[in-house]
Write a protein that binds this ligand. Structure first.
Ligand SMILES: Cc1cc2nc3c(=O)[nH]c(=O)nc-3n(C[C@H](O)[C@H](O)[C@H](O)COP(=O)(O)O)c2cc1C
Length: 343
């Protein structure tokens, strides 16, 4: 109520990225004191524990925050206080980069959707690692989502992923190899079989060298065909990965309620939120058909309600993540949808 009647109208009056930055600054501020954390917990409501073991990690419950909201791990304590069981930071690249020109984040309110072409704006994987190393592991699970810098070509992409892994290996609980953002030119070509085999095998080998190898997940695009998704899923299993995250944002613009010129005005980028829900649930189901229980499946895309969570679970998801639903519904949604997972 507080969110939908007061906070959201104020935030939605501002350009989307400014609203995002203000929210993150508030969380960063509030997370620093016991009083502030109490305020955050009040906003999120009570989130009960329903422990679940996925990828060999113990999650307090199945609902987490998708990558991209707290790319630089600035507010993870605050986000855990809101009730997320896990937070995926990133996408992080080995070198800091500013991302694309602004404006680069747009709301399609009629569709309860967002279009973004942020372009991996981040402070770099080392800076995030230095922040994360100080966290208390009892807050929850942190995933490190890694990608390549914009200026690195695909021939040298593997090195970027390995550098970030080495920066982050002591400070995250699992890694996500992101090959599916539409906003880094050429990145999604890494989903082609030969390049992907190369990348996933190299990541696996590098991980194995560590004293503390982490579970590995790969995040895929909803814009691939069923055959491509199933072939990537099998490859991920062959390469020793423990999880597949389906899905990232889509470049599709089908069946939107928002007027075409408004959609065109937003321009290129990845669409997230309600319009992505059906497709991402289909993707979860295709992954499940292809690999059954041999990897964990993390369902992401258009989760807004308890029913959306149940649909993702029925399609085969072991965990769900949210981003756009959180922007539209506010913090109490974690409590509402997490309840749905209960038997
Ligand atoms: C503004 C914005 C930035 C994002 N940045 C990233 C990112 O850096 N890395 C990534 O893997 N996914 C990123 N995503 C994709 C989300 O993690 C998620 O896969 C997608 O938005 C679908 O979920 P949703 O419909 O709940 O938002 C971003 C999404 C949004 C809206």
């Amino acid at each position: 109520m507080l969110y939908s009647n007061i906070i959201r109208p104020i935030l939605f009056n501002l350009p989307a990225e400014i609203a995002h930055n203000i929210t993150m600054k508030q969380l960063e501020f509030l997370q620093q004191s016991a009083l502030g954390r109490g305020v955050i917990r009040y906003l999120g409501g009570e989130v009960k524990s329903s422990p679940i073991n996925v990828m060999g990690l113990q999650f307090k419950h199945p609902v987490g925050l998708a990558a991209g909201l707290d790319k630089d791990a600035m507010a993870i304590r605050g986000l855990f206080e809101l009730g997320f069981s896990h937070i995926e930071v990133g996408t992080l690249t080995p070198r800091p980069q500013p991302g694309n020109e602004k404006p680069r984040l747009f709301r399609l309110k009629k569709d309860e959707a967002l279009i973004n072409r942020m372009g991996f704006n981040n402070h770099g994987s080392l800076a995030a690692s230095n922040r994360l190393i100080k966290r208390d592991p009892s807050w929850g699970i942190v995933g490190g989502n890694i990608g390549r810098n914009k200026m690195t070509d695909n021939e040298n992409a593997v090195d970027d992923y390995l550098i970030s892994m080495n920066h982050l290996r002591a400070s995250v609980d699992y890694f996500t190899v992101n090959i599916s953002s539409p906003n880094t030119p050429g990145l999604r070509d890494l989903q082609h079989k030969k390049a992907l085999n190369n990348l996933l095998s190299a990541v696996f080998e590098e991980n194995k060298k560590s004293d503390t190898p982490r579970p590995l997940a790969v995040k895929i695009s909803p814009d691939l065909s069923k055959e491509e998704i199933q072939s990537i899923s099998r490859l991920a299993v062959e390469c020793g990965f423990s999880g597949i995250i389906g899905t990232n944002t889509t470049i599709g613009r089908d069946s939107l309620k928002t007027k075409t010129n408004k959609v065109k005005k937003a321009g290129l980028g990845g669409l997230s939120g309600k319009p992505l829900n059906g497709r991402s649930t289909d993707v979860v189901q295709w992954i499940k058909e292809a690999v059954d229980d041999s990897v964990a499946i993390i369902g992401v895309g258009g989760v807004f309600t308890a029913q959306d969570v149940i649909d993702k679970r029925n399609a085969g998801a072991d965990l769900v993540q949210i981003y756009t639903g959180f922007v539209y519904n506010g913090p109490s949604m974690i409590h509402d949808i997490q309840e749905a997972w209960r038997p």
